[in-house]
Design a protein around this ligand. Structure first.
Ligand code: UTP
Length: 233
């Protein structure tokens, strides 16, 4: 299968330490024995710190987005470094470059592309453009909830949901640079428009991501606990 992973910066780069990059690199190398992979890296805490300082010094939201993109690309470079020879050496800067890089047969790793979106949208657009089979969004929350569980104690988690439900759930999300939501509104709309099979899952342990993807590709083999939401149809 061709799989696009949009790995949230909140897990890959919560703090900039080697372990999370090396842990994901091991899992990606394992997955690449059976699957072709394109990985989009988020910005994490560093992106938020840089964006907050930029905003406080007078930068507008588009400038903040460009700063966020730069940080996502730095995280892509760190993951490329952790992958060594298994990775395409440069993070593609757009979707066409990603397609070209994929023909190398290596794992392709990239960050953001243009202002006004997050790396989840990059992942969704790439999935459609490359005709990938699956979009996996490992993030710091264990799935998509009916409301923000940090603010609303009545919020319930969806085990599965339709893309339409996803759109309705995330449409109230703020669109500012550095905003937090398990899936951003543009990504949700692309997932709906293109009917993309998507998994949003808790990904702080990359082994869990490995197990869920292997489970997905070999029907019947159940390993580990699935903490996430499947978006279908
Ligand atoms: P993300 O919001 O995608 O990274 O990019 P993140 O930190 O991984 O988010 P979580 O952990 O999944 O919640 C950081 C910022 O970079 C800009 C946006 O401002 C975004 O908030 N960005 C990223 C863009 O403007 N365009 C892109 O294509 C990607």
């Amino acid at each position: 299968m061709l799989i696009v992973l949009s790995v949230g910066g909140s897990i890959l780069a919560k703090e900039i330490k080697p372990d999370s990059f090396l842990g994901y690199a091991d899992v990606l190398k394992e997955l690449s024995k059976e699957h072709r992979l394109v990985v989009v890296t988020g910005g994490g805490a560093a992106a938020r710190d840089y964006i907050n300082v930029a905003r406080s010094t007078g930068a507008n939201e588009v400038v903040c987005d460009y700063i966020g993109i730069d940080i996502t690309r730095l995280n892509a470079r760190l993951l490329i470094s952790a992958l060594g020879d298994a990775a395409y050496p440069e993070p593609p800067k757009d979707y066409k470059q990603a397609q070209e890089a994929l023909s190398s047969g290596k794992i392709v790793v990239m960050g953001g592309v243009i202002p006004g979106q997050t790396t989840d949208a990059v992942g969704a657009i790439l999935t459609e453009y490359l005709r990938a089979d699956l979009l996996v969004i490992p993030t710091s929350v264990d799935g998509v909830y009916s409301a923000d569980p940090r603010k609303d104690p009545k919020a319930v988690k969806y085990e599965t949901m339709t893309a339409k439900q996803l759109v309705n759930t995330v449409m109230t999300t703020e669109m500012k640079a550095g905003s937090k939501s398990p899936v951003d509104p543009l990504a949700a709309k692309i997932i709906e428009r293109c009917n993309i099979e998507t998994i949003v899952m808790e990904g702080s342990d990359p082994q869990n991501v490995l197990n869920v993807i292997l489970q997905e590709s070999k029907a019947g083999e159940k390993k580990g606990v699935f903490l996430g939401t499947r978006i279908v149809g």
